[in-house]
Design a protein. Structure first.
Length: 29
């Protein structure tokens, strides 16, 4: 949700979080 305001900067953080919390990232998408 907060990623909407920062799409690209969060994409890198998402990739890192994906390895730790893939489920939460999928829901965030």
């Amino acid at each position: 949700n907060r990623d909407a305001s920062r799409p690209r900067s969060t994409l890198k953080r998402r990739s890192e979080a994906c390895s730790q919390q893939p489920n939460s990232v999928l829901l965030d998408f």
